[in-house]
Ligand binder design. Structure first.
Ligand code: ADP
Length: 510
């Protein structure tokens, strides 16, 4: 399709990110088309979209990853563009190529750029060419298992075996010494082969307790490329982010400029288009090392939106239409501080195991500085089929202190029942000493909470009492009999229960 105003966008995703994109479409007066799998028929993203089409059965590879079917729907409904969100097909160069071939705008970089940067080894080479410091390691994949021990010795232990096609921590192994090196390489190759159909692995020096800091970049098709500041993403579980903030507590204007320019250089080297993220590891002396480029919108993009005031999804659409960026480097002046807590349906006490079931009660916090990007409502089902993210709570404050205070307050207002959630975990982190001082690294969760003793902002008992009290208040106001009149003994028992609950709740509130 020739560039021009986009009229209709198909969103090849589900959950909170599909909703986020639908909202950007509606702000821009664009028709939003949802696709859904059979079990997502009544999902919230389907209800919010202007049109919705079933894309297949529950299994992702038969629905949200079904490239041909998605293209077919886009054609049939007359969509000019496809927004892939994150996950699923977002970093699939083959899908981007299919869109290009079918003259549908893929909202993201060109397929060649995705292919180039999606390969961690290729991306390392591009980074080196663009003059970026990389983590010491190999610039080739390990082919000869007999040579691993001498290669490892040159790099030094501990080291990390990483999959070239990797993502989501898959195919990654930490190796402390020569013992178990060969086994780790072989199992990483196997895991990468089955997860990505590509078993290439390489070595990186394992940095002890680094910070994970990333730079948001944006480039248009007219040669403009800028950076929009950083996001600190060191609060992780299983090497995956859970709480992010901007600015980073360790950032200085000089370091931001250095990292920002490095990120822009890689954007220029790879002829980047649209929104992207350049990830770095930063050591205790503020030395930074290139990690990878994510060629899509990040889960944590709202913290950047909160401090810059820029709608990144709207800007992605503008750039995809062939327009020039609506801001220049000097226009980007971050203001205040933002923290994001990802709210997953997971049980933090069971090593963050996904928690499936029906979300019985879902009540979001609100008030000054609070934004919630959610994919669920009361009654939504969390299934085994997809990523268990339910929502993201993003909080803005004039400074770090104010955003932490508001985050804590908002987390205690958040109510989710029916499935386990990471609300209590997030609360424990926000309240912890290291986080408050801004002194933390990627190993923080494991170091600080070895026993996984995360608190719950409101105990289960207080939660039940609060719920019971609401019912009690309502019944009293409506003058509804609290229990069947025939059984007076039962009646007084029930009434007593609700009264006690209400009193209990008041105690907790006080
Ligand atoms: P994936 O794409 O699979 O998520 P990344 O390369 O983005 O993998 O790394 C994810 C996380 O793993 C990082 O944020 C960091 O916590 C850890 N990590 C990756 N590489 C290294 C390294 N060389 N040294 C220490 N930690 C690392």
């Amino acid at each position: 399709m020739t560039k021009g105003n986009i009229r209709k966008i198909l969103i090849a995703n589900r959950g909170e990110i599909a909703i986020r994109i639908i909202r950007a479409c509606h702000d821009a007066g664009i028709i939003a088309v949802a696709v859904y799998s059979e079990i997502d028929k009544t999902a919230y993203h389907v209800r919010l979209a202007d049109e919705a089409y079933c894309v297949g059965p529950a299994l992702a590879r038969e629905s949200y990853l079904n490239q041909r079917k998605i293209i077919e729907i886009a054609h049939d409904c007359g969509a000019d563009a496809i927004h892939p969100g994150y996950g699923f097909l977002a970093e699939n160069s083959e899908f981007a190529r299919l869109c290009e071939k079918n003259e549908i705008i893929f909202i993201g970089p060109k397929s060649e750029t995705i292919a180039l940067l999606g390969d961690k080894l290729e991306a390392r080479r591009v980074a080196i060419k663009a003059g970026l410091p990389v983590v010491p390691g190999t610039d080739y994949d390990i082919q000869d298992i007999k040579k691993v021990s001498s290669i490892a010795k040159d790099i030094g232990y501990p080291l990390l075996v990483k999959a070239a096609a990797g993502g989501g921590g898959k195919g990654m192994r930490i190796v402390q010494s020569e013992d178990g090196l060969v086994e780790s390489v072989e199992s990483a190759i196997r895991e990468a082969g089955s997860a990505f159909g590509d078993g290439r692995v390489y070595f990186e020096k394992y940095l002890e307790n680094p910070r994970h800091i990333e730079i948001q970049i944006f480039a248009d098709s007219h040669g403009n490329a800028v950076y929009l500041g950083e996001r600190e993403c060191s609060i992780q579980r299983r090497h995956q982010k859970v709480i992010e903030e901007s600015p980073s507590p360790i950032m200085t204007p000089e370091l931001r400029k250095k990292m920002g320019m490095a990120a822009v250089n890689i954007a220029k080297e790879s002829k980047y288009l649209g929104a992207g993220t350049v990830e770095f590891l930063v050591d205790g002396n503020c030395n930074f090392y290139f990690l990878e480029v994510n060629t899509r919108l990040q889960v944590e993009h709202p913290v950047t939106e909160m401090v810059t005031g820029i709608d990144l999804v709207r800007e992605q659409i503008r750039v995809a239409e062939g327009k020039t960026l609506s801001f220049k480097q000097e226009d980007i002046q971050p203001r205040g501080h933002a923290i994001e807590c990802r709210i997953y349906a997971e049980d933090p006490h069971q090593d963050f195991m996904p928690s499936t079931g029906i979300v019985a009660e879902y009540r979001e916090p609100s008030g000054p500085g609070i934004r919630v990007d959610s994919g669920v409502v009361s009654g939504s089902e969390i299934s085994i089929y997809y990523d268990p993210i339910m929502a993201k709570m993003i909080v803005w404050g004039r400074d770090r202190e104010e955003s932490m205070e508001r985050t804590e307050r908002a987390l205690t207002e958040y109510r989710i029942s029916g499935v386990h959630s990471t609300i209590g975990f997030a609360c424990s982190i926000i309240r912890s000493g290291g986080f408050r001082k801004g002194e933390y690294s990627t190993g923080y969760v494991d170091h600080e909470f070895p026993d996984r003793n995360f608190e719950c902002p409101l105990s289960d008992q207080a939660r039940k009492a609060a719920f019971a009290a609401v019912i009690f208040d309502y019944m009293e106001r409506q003058k509804i009999a609290i229990a069947p009149k025939r059984n007076s003994e039962k009646q007084s028992g029930w009434a007593q229960y609700y009264r006690n609950s209400a009193v209990n709740r008041l105690d907790k509130v006080r």
